[in-house]
Design a protein around this ligand. Structure first.
Ligand SMILES: NC(=O)c1ccc[n+]([C@@H]2O[C@H](COP(=O)([O-])OP(=O)(O)OC[C@H]3O[C@@H](n4cnc5c(N)ncnc54)[C@H](O)[C@@H]3O)[C@@H](O)[C@H]2O)c1
Length: 297
C-alpha cells in the first residue's frame, strides 16, 4: 500500500461540498465509477448510479449509503449499448430532477470481441463514445439550466494509439479489439474539446481525463491484460486512487478556464496530435449526430 501511495501522485484535495447538488455517474456499480460516486455522496450530493445491472447497482448504493450516511444514492437503469435505454434513462431523469450539476461519463468497455450494440454500432465506439454522446446531448439543457455545471469524460492514455477512421468507424473493414478501445478513447477527448468549444459562455464546462492504470474489472475480456495487471499489481492504482482525477475535474474550484483540457494525476496533460485536431473534432461531432439521428446545428 505504501508503494502504491507513493506512486499515486494525483490526489483531489478540493474541499468542495455538494449539498443540494445532483450528479450522475455512468457505470458506477464498479471500479472507478463506484469510488467516484462514493466520494460525491460523501460530500452531500444526490448521486445517480446509472448502470446496466440494477441489482448490482442497488447493492453498491446500499454500501455507499451505509458508508457515507447519505441516503440519496439512487440507482437507475442505463444500457449505453442501446439508444432506447439511454433515451428512457434521460426522459425519466428529466421528469424526476430539477437540476443536474455533474455528469460523469465513466462507463466503458475494453477489448471485447467484435460485437454490436442494439443499434448496430461497433461495441467500443458505440458504448464508450456514441452512448455517452447521446446521453450528454439529452441532458445538456438540464446542465445548462443548472449552471455552473460540469461534464467529465473518462478517457485514457490509450487514446495515443487511437485514430478516427471515418471510412471505417464501425471497424467493419479492419477490427482489432485493442485498437477499437484506443479509437473510442480518442473519440472521448475529441468530444470533450468540441463540447467545451460549443459550450463556451454557457456556464457548463467539460473535461476529459486518464485515470491512471487502475485495478478494476475493465480487463475482463483480455487474459493478456489480466496477466499484465497481476504482474504489475503493486504499480497499479486502486479504484479509489483511480477516481481522484475524475473528482478533481468535477470538484476543483476555478477550473472553468481549463474547460476542454485533458487531465491525468490531477494535472492538465498532453494529448496526441489527432486529439488536438479541431477539424476532426467537428467532423466527429457531425458524424455522431448523423449516426444517432440528432439534428445538426
Ligand atoms: N482501469 C484502468 O486502468 C483504466 C485506464 C484508463 C481508462 N479507464 C477508463 O475508466 C473507466 C472506468 O473503468 P474501470 O476501470 O472502473 O472498469 P470497470 O469495468 O470496473 O467499469 C466500467 C463500468 O462500465 C460499465 N459498462 C460497460 N458497458 C456498459 C453499458 N453498455 N452500459 C452501461 N454501463 C456499462 C460496467 O458495467 C462497469 O460498471 C472506463 O471508461 C475506462 O475506459 C480505465
Amino acid at each position: 500500500p505504501q508503494i502504491r501511495q507513493m506512486l499515486s501522485s494525483g490526489v483531489c484535495t478540493s474541499t468542495t461540498q455538494l449539498p443540494g447538488k445532483v450528479a450522475v455517474v455512468t457505470g458506477a456499480n464498479s471500479g472507478i465509477g463506484k469510488e467516484t460516486a462514493k466520494e460525491l455522496a460523501q460530500r452531500g450530493a444526490r448521486v445517480y448510479i446509472a448502470c446496466r445491472d440494477v441489482q448490482k447497482g442497488e447493492l453498491v448504493a446500499k454500501e455507499i449509503q451505509t458508508m457515507t450516511g447519505n441516503q440519496e444514492v439512487l440507482v437507475r437503469k442505463l444500457d449505453l449499448a442501446d439508444t432506447k435505454s439511454i433515451r428512457t434513462f434521460a426522459k425519466d431523469f428529466l421528469a424526476e430532477e430539477k437540476h443536474l450539476h455533474i455528469l460523469i461519463n465513466n462507463a466503458g468497455v475494453m477489448m471485447c470481441p467484435y460485437s454490436k450494440t442494439a443499434d448496430g454500432f461497433e461495441m467500443h465506439i458505440g458504448v464508450n463514445h456514441l452512448g455517452h454522446f447521446l446521453l450528454t446531448h439529452l441532458l445538456l439543457e438540464k446542465l445548462k439550466e443548472s449552471a455552473p455545471s460540469r461534464i467529465v469524460n473518462v478517457s485514457s492514455l490509450a487514446h495515443h494509439l487511437g485514430r478516427i477512421h471515418f471510412h471505417d468507424l464501425q471497424g467493419q473493414k479492419f477490427y482489432s479489439a485493442g485498437l477499437a478501445y484506443c479509437h473510442s478513447k480518442l473519440a472521448n477527448i475529441l468530444f470533450t474539446r468540441e463540447l467545451a468549444r460549443r459550450l463556451k459562455g454557457s456556464g457548463v464546462t467539460a473535461y476529459s481525463l486518464h485515470p491512471g492504470t487502475v485495478n478494476s474489472e475493465l480487463v475482463r475480456h483480455s487474459s493478456f491484460m489480466r496477466c499484465l495487471w497481476r504482474l504489475f499489481f503493486f504499480f497499479i492504482k486502486t479504484p479509489q486512487q483511480g477516481a481522484q482525477t475524475s473528482l478533481y475535474c468535477a470538484l476543483t474550484e476555478g477550473l472553468e478556464n481549463l474547460s476542454g483540457n485533458h487531465f491525468s494525476d490531477c494535472h492538465v496533460t498532453w494529448v496526441s496530435a489527432q486529439a488536438r485536431n479541431e477539424t476532426i473534432a467537428r467532423r466527429l461531432w457531425d458524424v455522431s449526430c448523423d449516426l444517432l439521428g440528432i439534428p445538426m446545428d
